[in-house]
Design a protein around this ligand. Structure first.
Ligand code: WTA
Length: 647
């Protein structure tokens, strides 16, 4: 039942509207007229016009193949670098702040040279068009440099978030058939050195073929490596310094990168983003939604390992020729004052962050932003989860000084870039609601039978027209129409449709409030987890009979809990609990560690044996369990409550 899945109880709504300030509207990149000029599929030419094409495309959309800008040819790195050299070679492209107070900057010319040297280095190791190169690094400048070097060579990159375990890295490399890995010796995490090198080596030995590795010396601990297939990044780039690599011209629909994300199966799923469609979408939305201008300093603290980092740290902003601030420490690794200090010091114009981060700021207190000069800011944005009213208002007032619009951007790894949001110089904001579909995007909120849901009542969010940033895997619609599960409504009335697997509510004015996932994917602290992935890791442990991983809301933040029942011969010991934590860290990574592991003799189930997760979410959130009518064994609820010491 959809109603069971919609986390409506966790939300409050408002009809309040906030108009963008005049000072913002006057200078906005996109006006209401621009939006009305953009219509239908042909409108996407407007997005493609943000790029330089080696060969113009003949068709905006090729129905038979589902390709955007068919016939068009381009190179993504050339669009992010080469074409900017005439106008802004001495403008800063990247400003990087390290964990230990280091600061490195690269002008567009310097970045261009760096990328060429690394591309030449990779080429000397045999990397060519179509070869998947895995990148496993924290946010250091070498990461975007290597991404662009791969793009230059037409080699798809696979960036794996540095918090993933060796096993998770190996799974992705195996699936991508990647034989080259660029990693680094390690990084600091809350003051402790973490060795990435060891994890990378563990991953490589489990792979069937020899992997060529390139190691960035970030901590200064990389030693001369006698191994055959291992190279030092700095040596490689010095050897090839001054070399030029002609950008490999790619077809629009050819892959730019793969990124793995959590789906509803036990294994991570590959998402392929294309060169022309994806990059057009990234550049156009960076312009229209994030209002990026070349003279801006732009900061999005998302880790580059996730899609937000790909689209709105690297590709979109660099395609537009702006200055990008990179912070090695993610928002959760920064002190209470640091975000504001960085904004003041670098005179940041645009700050694009997550609701989780904003809630952390709220908790720390407004005295922190209030004591810095944040007047350089012009626009604020959030992504990743619904933003609650309180966090929205706080951001708008204390960070934006009621002068900066806030864009609440809804999108996904699969969508490549923004689909639903307000356009900041045009639309009124409705706090807590993402906004309206961007021009060219057709979105609908449907009931289970595929009919439009009534205004104000929950339904399934479905996109009914293709868009350029969509993952290549979505081009063929049959796959979705044929699906029969609770997360997908009846789509038979549509020729093509993409079920987002999010629940949403649309109001009378067309504003869409996204409620959260209706499938078995959890969004916790800006990370996306497949419950199946976590649960199958837990049930592999000897002594575990069953497991359910669910989310809960505690102290205003979304957390993840694991409920575990053991086999008769196993006992609920602290050691077992530690084994469960260690297993999750080992198979996925430390960032996936649940907040709690709760032992229970049974999991709440329907009479047909399906786990009723909503009950566990309610209990974990300290709420009354609203309805146990579907639960065949309601007595377990009381048992779980008592083991959690909830009366
Ligand atoms: C959620 C992140 C509400 C949603 C770019 C989606 C949001 C999932 C918003 C994708 C938003 C993202 N309001 N929910 N503005 N933005 N989401 O793939 O549930 O890591 O399906 O991509 O995040 O997460 P992903």
């Amino acid at each position: 039942m959809l109603d069971d899945r919609l986390p409506l109880n966790a939300r409050t709504f408002t009809d309040e509207r906030v108009s963008p300030s005049e000072s913002f509207v006057e200078q906005a990149n996109v006006t209401a007229d621009d939006l009305s000029a953009f219509s239908g599929r042909e409108g996407w030419k407007r997005a493609a016009a943000f790029l330089d094409w080696e060969e113009e495309f003949d068709r905006v959309f090729e129905e038979s193949s589902g390709e955007f800008f068919a016939g068009g040819k381009l190179n993504a790195a050339a669009n992010c670098l080469d074409r900017h050299l005439d106008e802004r070679k001495n403008q800063r492209a990247l400003v990087w702040e390290g964990q230990r107070g280091e600061c490195r900057t690269y002008t567009y010319l310097e970045l261009f040279r760096e990328v060429n040297a690394v591309a030449a280095g990779l080429r000397s190791l045999g990397v060519g068009q179509g070869d998947a190169v895995t990148l496993y690094m924290p946010v250091v400048p070498e990461l975007p440099v290597t991404m662009l070097a791969c793009a230059r060579l037409g080699a798809p990159h696979v960036v794996v978030f540095a918090g993933f375990s060796a096993e998770a890295l190996a799974t992705r490399m195996r699936e991508a058939e990647s034989a080259v890995l660029v990693t680094c010796d390690g990084y600091y995490r809350r003051g402790d050195a973490v060795s990435l090198r060891n994890r990378a080596e563990t991953a490589c030995v489990s792979l069937p073929d020899d992997v060529t590795t390139v190691v960035v010396d970030h901590l200064g601990t990389a030693t001369e490596t006698p191994e055959r297939n291992s190279h030092r990044y700095n040596r490689l780039r010095e050897t090839h310094a001054g070399e030029r690599v002609d950008p490999v011209v790619r077809e629009s629909a050819e892959e730019l990168f793969y990124i793995y994300t959590s789906g509803t199966t036990g294994t991570p799923k590959r998402v392929t983003h294309t060169t022309g469609g994806y990059l057009s979408h990234a550049a156009w939305t960076s312009h229209a939604v994030l209002d990026i201008k070349p003279a801006d300093t732009y900061w999005c603290p998302a880790d580059i390992g996730w899609i937000t980092g790909h689209t709105y740290v690297v590709y979109g902003p660099l395609a537009l020729g702006t200055t990008v601030l990179l912070s090695e420490a993610g928002i959760d690794g920064l002190s209470r004052t640091k975000p504001w200090e960085l904004i003041e010091r670098h005179a940041v114009d645009i700050f694009y962050t997550s609701p989780t981060a904003v809630r952390t700021f709220v908790k720390a207190g407004s005295e922190y932003p209030d004591s810095f000069d944040l007047s350089s800011l012009r626009l604020l944005g959030t992504v990743g989860e619904p933003i609650n009213l309180r966090a929205w208002r706080w951001l708008y007032e204390h960070v934006g000084g009621e002068r900066c619009p806030v864009v609440d951007t809804w999108w996904q790894t699969e969508t490549g870039g923004h689909l639903i949001t307000t356009v900041p110089g045009v639309h009124e904001m409705k706090p807590g609601s993402a906004g309206v579909p961007l021009p060219g995007i057709e979105a609908a909120v449907l009931d289970r039978d595929g009919r439009p849901a009534e205004a104000g009542s929950g339904g399934y969010l479905v996109i009914t027209e293709p868009w350029p940033g969509m993952a290549r895997e979505l081009s063929r619609g049959e796959r979705w129409a044929a699906r029969d599960d609770e997360a997908v409504p009846d789509l038979s009335a549509f020729e093509w449709a993409y079920p987002t697997e999010d629940g949403a509510v649309v109001d009378e004015t067309g504003y869409i409030t996204v409620l959260g996932r209706v499938d078995d994917v959890l969004n916790v602290s800006g990370h996306r987890f497949g419950t199946m992935e976590l649960e199958s890791a837990i049930v592999d442990i000897e002594g575990v009979a069953e497991a359910a991983v669910v989310d809960a809301v505690r102290e205003g933040q979304r957390v993840m809990d694991a409920y575990v029942s053991l086999t008769d011969d196993a006992t609920e010991t602290e050691m077992m609990r530690e084994t469960i934590f260690d297993t999750i860290e080992g198979t996925i990574g430390e960032f996936a560690r649940p907040a709690r592991v709760v032992f229970t003799p049974e999991l709440p189930k329907t009479s047909s044996g399906k786990i009723v997760r909503r009950v566990l979410t309610d209990v974990g959130s300290g709420e009354e369990v609203s309805d146990t009518s579907a639960v065949a064994n309601p007595e377990v609820v009381g048992e779980i409550r008592s083991s959690l010491n909830i009366e």
